[in-house]
Design a protein around this ligand. Structure first.
Ligand code: MTE
Ligand code: HPA
Ligand code: MOS
Length: 768
């Protein structure tokens, strides 16, 4: 089944926040944001802005009727700065004006004076100064202290990954209007409608039932709207509440890049101990997470970093320690993978370093340590199956690894100025919110009198195809055509207390809730059928292909007639399904438990060709064997896999997020921040649907979650480039730093005199 949104997307008819027809009297909001990363406000004067023609009101923290606080996990983030500013881009005042243009112009008339303090942008500096968001956490398995002496090789190093801008096509935004008696309805581009509702209620000082949040769909979220859509939703609610007029605020691209948080950059130290038969006996990692100026989701992201410290490997002795470091850049946030990719890069760097020391390909070490069924993760859960090994072996065989290796070796022996590099990237990602209580969802299913069906869930469609999957689930359980089913907007009044659509778990949680509601309805409809047809209660009845099927034989009683007769019998045709993931638990005091419903695995082989004169590179292919469980929608799942891989490659290669020492974002526009385009996509993307069927598979239809895991295949891009660089310059030892931009590749290629002179000589004599 193709994505149910594809027709309206292609015609440009799909509705995003900025497409909602505006109501009469709508005001437009624009924030004045701090130009200083760290300081104390000594003067704040909004009078000139307020007097600007067309400006209706300018709000500061003093106008907030409730509590000036938007932090989701920790209450450490004011909506509007009071005395202190903590990052460049921090909102200080909010202009409300008759037009968008007037609001954006008047913002420049806000007068703010700030006494500057030293800004911190480096997480290690924050750590040294004790600037931590939460106490440090450590996950332990075995004893690393005693293990080093048993290792034949022990290596230490550092690894670093930069942040990543979400670059959702639809920027952050919201539109709110007052309804009766001080209530507000907010249309928001958010992954977390309940977060927007709860925070707006808190800031306005009203009960949650006064705030209704509605989401039709997002033009992308990628984690950037799990928590960080909240500020903009609350701003519009605040404006609407105070002026009693509709208020709209949609950020332009540069505002969005400047003011919102991104993937957390990480700086990490590692130590790895290996036996002579390539077994990893011990691994230690210390992560310095750059959280930015407030907690946002960083504590949960840090936790997932710890969960994924050993990627898809079994290591008997592990000590993984994480510090969440407070710096003066915008609060960083969820981004596809949620701290997992950052951890995986570190262990892959450690393995690469060990392999270089031992003079073998990293894949030799990778393969020797893959997780097997019942191997223990550092957090106590056991691997549910052998998918790590199975996907690796499948990739090797299906893509003929010997042939691929030979192609690379042959090419490299024949070419001096172009070199190919190859890397394996296995992945392992835990499915469930790491916070156990978030793993719940509800679905409200109405069957209308004409047999059409309307479904509301907590799932937010952001391009990942979850609405299509919800239609599939309902069609299956009700036994009707998908064309009868409509997925309603995600709305806090219809489905309350929702978890955000995140953690790749949206289809699982909401799909299970839909199935529970549909099954309850089917049970009632079956009773109606028995009554209507005068059957004995013992016969077997199914609803299939829009017909009542009795003891395996199709009857004449169709869906529409059945629904109408049930209605006339006064049977309830509405049901609310509730699902909470069974078996999962986690004890934070011990840092042990069973936090994930299941794990997703897979293996990618990446090949790159590096132009060794210019430092540029092109990806020849990424060939993947991915564990889909049993995919319920191969079109959607393939799209998620391809998109994730390309986004991961972007993070590893092009997307260089740079803050200067003053905490100013230098890569603040699409001219300085490069994302992958069609030319940087691998020439070949081959994806094999590895069908796995484990007893631990708790996915809806056993179709495993797919949203985030494929991004981590992109990490192979760094290591493939590294392999090519070393084919050209064997003494190169570039830092384990991503993104490996062409400039950095060029420097690595010519690291050390010998290589430079060799190439220059070759070029001089006209050899290729
Ligand atoms: N795919 C598209 N097209 N757009 C998105 O914003 N977000 C990703 C992933 N795939 C995203 C996407 C992220 S970060 C997550 S957590 C999942 O989708 C969320 O949806 P799911 O839980 O339905 O997989
Ligand atoms: N993933 C995404 N979002 C989350 C998680 C998670 O594991 N935990 C809390 N919010
Ligand atoms: Mo995804 S980072 O869990 O929104």
């Amino acid at each position: 089944m193709k994505n149910i949104d594809s027709n309206t997307h292609v015609r440009g008819e799909s509705i995003y926040v900025d497409d909602i027809p505006v109501r009469q009297g709508t005001l437009y909001a624009c924030a004045y944001d701090s130009k200083i990363a760290h300081g104390t406000i000594t003067k704040l004067d909004v009078s000139a802005a307020e007097q600007f023609p067309g400006v209706v009101r300018v709000l500061t923290y003093k106008d907030i009727p409730g509590i000036n606080e938007i932090g989701g996990i920790i209450k450490d983030e004011p909506l509007l700065a009071e005395k202190e500013v903590h990052f460049q881009g921090m909102p200080i005042a909010l202009v409300l004006a008759e037009t968008d243009e007037i609001a954006r112009e008047a913002v420049h008339l806000v007068k703010v004076e700030i006494e500057e303090h030293h800004p911190i942008v480096d997480p290690r500096e924050a750590h040294e100064k004790g600037q931590l968001i939460i106490p440090t956490r450590t996950f332990k398995l075995g004893e690393t202290e005693n293990a080093w002496s048993k290792c034949d090789h022990v290596l230490e190093g550092t690894a670093e990954t930069a942040g990543q801008e979400h670059l959702y096509i639809e920027t952050q935004g919201a539109y709110a209007y007052p309804t009766e008696n001080g209530s507000i309805r907010i249309s928001s581009s958010t992954q977390g409608p309940t977060s927007v509702q709860k925070t707006a209620a808190w800031v306005l000082g009203v009960p949650m039932h006064k705030i209704e949040v509605d989401v039709t769909r997002l033009g992308g979220g990628f984690g950037g709207k799990e928590d960080q859509a909240t500020a903009w939703g609350v701003f519009t609610a605040l404006g609407a509440y105070l002026t009693k007029k509709p208020v709209k605020y949609v950020l332009d691209r540069m505002e969005d890049m400047r003011m919102t948080g991104k993937r957390n950059p990480y700086v990490s130290d590692f130590k790895i101990g290996i036996s002579k038969d390539y077994k990893i006996l011990a691994y230690e990692a210390t992560y310095f997470q750059n959280a930015g100026a407030a907690a946002d989701l960083s504590p949960a992201i840090m936790e997932r970093t710890l969960f994924h410290s050993t990627n898809s490997y079994f290591v008997p002795n592990v000590t993984a320690t994480a510090h969440s470091c407070r710096t003066n850049i915008p609060p960083n946030t969820a981004f596809r993978g949620f701290g997992g990719p950052q951890a995986m890069f570190v262990i892959e760097a450690a393995i690469a370093k060990a392999a270089e020391e031992l003079g073998v390909a990293p894949s030799v070490i990778q393969k020797a340590n893959l997780l097997q069924k019942e191997d223990e993760f550092p957090y106590g859960q056991l691997a549910g199956g052998n998918e790590a090994v199975d996907s690796w072996v499948r990739a090797e065989n299906l893509y003929n690894i010997e042939q691929l290796r030979k192609e690379v070796t042959d090419f490299n022996s024949k070419n001096k100025l172009f070199k190919k590099g190859l890397a394996f990237m296995p992945i392992c990602f835990g499915i469930s919110f790491t916070k156990t209580d978030m793993n719940q969802a509800r679905a409200l299913v109405h069957i209308y009198q004409d047999g059409s069906v309307g479904i509301s869930t907590a799932a937010v469609e952001m391009g990942q195809g979850v609405n299509t999957k919800m239609v599939q689930v309902a069609a299956h359980f009700l036994g009707i055509s998908p064309s009868r089913i409509k997925i309603e907007s995600t709305n806090t009044t219809r489905v309350a207390n929702t978890s955000p659509s995140a953690a790749s778990a949206t289809a699982d949680l909401n799909g299970k809730a839909v199935s529970i509601a549909c099954n309850a309805l089917v049970k009632r409809l079956k009773s109606s059928a028995i009554k209507k047809l005068g059957l004995s209660a013992s016969c077997s009845i199914e609803l299939k292909e829009e017909l009542v099927v009795i003891d395996g034989k199709k009857s004449d009683l169709g869906w529409e007639e059945l629904v109408m007769s049930a209605f006339l019998d006064r049977v309830a045709l509405t049901e609310n399904g509730h699902y909470s993931t069974p078996t999962i638990h986690f004890d934070k005091a011990k840092e042990k438990g069973h936090p994930f419903a299941y794990h997703v695995f897979g293996t990618a082989i990446t090949c790159v060709t590096v132009d060794c004169l210019r430092g540029r590179y092109e990806f020849d292919y990424v060939k993947v064997a991915h564990d889909y469980g049993s995919s319920m929608n191969e079109i959607v799942d393939r799209g998620q896999t391809e998109g994730g891989i390309v986004q991961g490659i972007g993070w590893m290669t092009l997307e260089e997020l740079m803050y200067n020492k003053q905490g100013r974002l230098m890569s603040n526009a699409l001219s300085t921040y490069k994302i992958p385009d069609i030319y940087s996509v691998p020439k070949e993307l081959e994806i094999d649907f590895l069908n796995t069927n484990n007893s631990d598979n708790m996915a809806i239809f056993k179709s495993k979650a797919v949203g985030e895991p494929p991004l981590m295949y992109g990490i192979g891009a760094y290591f493939a480039i590294r392999d090519a660089v070393r084919a050209f310059n064997p003494s190169a030892n570039p830092p384990y730093y991503a993104p490996f931009t062409p400039e950095k590749v060029l420097m690595a290629l010519y690291e050390g005199q010998t290589a430079t002179s060799r190439v220059l000589k070759d070029v001089a004599v006209g050899r290729k």
